[in-house]
Ligand binder design. Structure first.
Ligand SMILES: CC1=C(/C=C/C(C)=C/C=C/C(C)=C/C=C/C=C(C)/C=C/C=C(C)/C=C/C2=C(C)CCCC2(C)C)C(C)(C)CCC1
Ligand SMILES: [Fe+2]
Length: 303
């Protein structure tokens, strides 16, 4: 019964993600790949408002996994989560180049869990790495521009060049793996539409659509069923309170570091912030064995 309900909601989310991805990819075809400041602000606000809450649920995953009943245990968890995020920001400031490369790879691995491809490890990773590398093929210049706001320009160029080679390898590999692994039509449609989105659309817009309508939306639906012992009220608090805390931290950093470049500040704060949260976020989900549940519990299902 629950399985069936989850499948129905996931089917809706899947259709929505496929349609929006293809529409945005087509609509932005002739568009200037550099977003103006207002559009950048809208896109990144969506990333924060619709994307960050999926990580906000980490408090419930931790509550369930570590049996956080006493205040002492809560303080320990919250402290460790924040210290590891701050440590990543510190390391990022010390060695931004290597850290950015590690962040891109960790993100690819984290994103590869979106689609239930248990047993098809290579295809799973190819999907994750396609998300990171495909924007370099057609929108390489804009991607270099964006990466150049986070790390130095020369490294940005090198990463984009390597991404181009990776993409050229990944595109035929994905098609070959579809054939060899006999992946079902739904998974093929999802992987193809997300790949088309990252190939054609302006990189930030592609990331916004993917992050909000695929990665976060799917995580929220799956989590709702995985964390089924919690009341609706717990769920709502867990979605809102840590998200607001993160927004407040971001806004205070912005206020403090305000430089003449609005775009650079915005990109840096959002992406360094996401990188800082990625490690504890992936850690908590790993400890909760969430990915195993999402893929093995529904092995016969298309999700
Ligand atoms: C719990 C808790 C909390 C909260 C938390 C949260 C809220 C989380 C979240 C989390 C999250 C939310 C995560 C995320 C992740 C993300 C990612 C991982 C991303 C990535 C990205 C990338 C990699 C990108 C790239 C690029 C660029 C940059 C440009 C364009 C193109 C591309 C797309 C390629 C706090 C701290 C309050 C406290 C303690 C506890
Ligand atoms: Fe995530």
């Amino acid at each position: 019964m629950v399985d069936r309900l989850m499948r129905r909601i996931l089917l809706f989310q899947s259709n929505l993600a496929i349609v929006i991805s293809l529409l945005v990819a087509l609509l932005t075809l002739g568009m200037d790949s550099h977003l103006n400041s207002a559009m950048l602000l809208v896109a990144l606000s969506l990333v924060v408002l619709l994307g960050v809450p999926h990580g906000s649920l980490d408090v419930l995953f931790a509550r369930q996994t570590y049996q956080l009943v006493h205040v002492k245990k809560w303080i320990k968890f919250l402290g460790l989560y924040m210290v590891s995020s701050l440590l990543i920001i510190a390391l990022w400031n010390l060695v931004p180049g290597p850290f950015f490369v590690i962040f891109l790879m960790l993100s690819a691995i984290h994103f590869s869990d979106d689609i239930n491809l248990s047993g098809h490890q290579l295809l799973k990773l190819s999907y994750g790495f396609a998300i990171i590398s495909l924007p370099s093929l057609i929108n390489g210049e804009e991607l270099t521009n964006l990466y150049g706001m986070i790390v130095d320009a020369e490294l940005a160029q090198q990463i984009v060049l390597i991404s181009k080679y990776v993409s050229l390898l990944l595109l035929p590999l994905l098609l070959m793996l579809f054939y060899i692994n006999k992946v079902n039509l739904r998974n093929q449609l999802e992987i193809s539409s997300i790949s088309i989105l990252f190939l054609l659309a302006t990189p930030i817009l592609a990331f916004t659509i993917y992050f909000c309508f695929m990665h976060s939306a799917r995580h929220l639906v799956r989590s709702h069923f995985f964390l089924d012992s919690f009341k609706r009220q717990h769920f709502i608090y867990a979605l809102i309170v840590p998200t607001i805390a993160v927004i407040m931290m971001g806004v205070s950093v912005w206020y403090w570091k305000l430089s003449p470049s609005f775009e650079k500040d915005l990109i840096q704060i959002i992406f360094v912030g996401l990188a800082a949260l990625t490690v504890p976020h992936a850690w908590v989900l790993n400890k909760a064995k969430f990915s195993e549940w999402a893929t093995s519990n529904y092995k016969k299902s298309i999700f």
